[in-house]
Design a protein around this ligand. Sequence first.
Ligand SMILES: O=C(O)C(=O)C[C@]1(C(=O)O)C=C[C@@H](O)C=C1
Length: 289
Amino acid sequence: MYEEGVLVKETMGVLGPAGTHSEAAARYLVEWQKLDREIVCYGDIGACLHAVETGAVDAAFVPVENSLEGAIAVTLDVLAHTDVLRVNREVIWPVHNYLMARRADVEIRTIYSHAQPIAQCGTFLLQYCPQAELIKTASTARAAEMVGALPVDAGAAAICTRRAGVLNGLVEIAGRIEDSGANCTRFFEVVRAQETSPPAAPDTVLLVAQIDGSRPGALYNVLGEFARREVNLTRIESRPARTELGAYLFFFDLDAHSDAAEEAIAAVARRSIWLKELGRFPVHLAHNE
Ligand SMILES: O=C(O)C(=O)C[C@]1(C(=O)O)C=C[C@@H](O)C=C1
């Protein structure tokens, strides 16, 4: 990107500090796509997305759904309520969690982590640390920072990436403690709407629509528009519309390879109070071993 004739490195906001799963997935994307992009850490996901809206960064790379724990509400809510942002790419990131502490020979009484990994590791925690107090933090790397700053005899540990633990002087107590080997999180690269260019071969079309729930069969009829044209939906998610109790938005992920996708989208728009296309993008399954 050039600003006043000077080449300026593009920037991409992620949930920080250094060592989060988000940062790991973003580093993978930058390397794999050979992007000339600097990763900038923010304290929460909303702040990453807001920074794209204001132009403080060129893109954000944020989680949207985990295979064990489901939707990341803040990402869906911001995307639904802005006209400025679009999804440019999806990366599916295998998530591996580590239990890390300042020393391996101290009894663990308190475990710090982000709410998602605490839930992703529920079986391990129940089996090996049933008495430990669980403290939720803004991110896994923030948890590692906090544990690194506590005295050894505090008996604190973090669930985090191995990199976050190492960056904060922690050692591995147990590795890959997630409930399933197939634990993965979908990440969206989000950019300003005017800066997207439709990819040659998109895999997914992402729609959000408000559907009038006061009429019987409204959602059934919307789904019928997809079904009768054999347009495959790969995900449906609902969120409160935030206007009144009982008003909902529906997110639809469509298989972009379906022949009649355009026709179905137009038909669904006619059946919706409003409908917005949030992006057409390629989906990439990443390697994280
Ligand atoms: O705390 C982190 O390390 C994050 O990057 C956040 C986050 C999330 O919000 O779900 C991202 C991916 C993993 O599912 C776990 C945590």
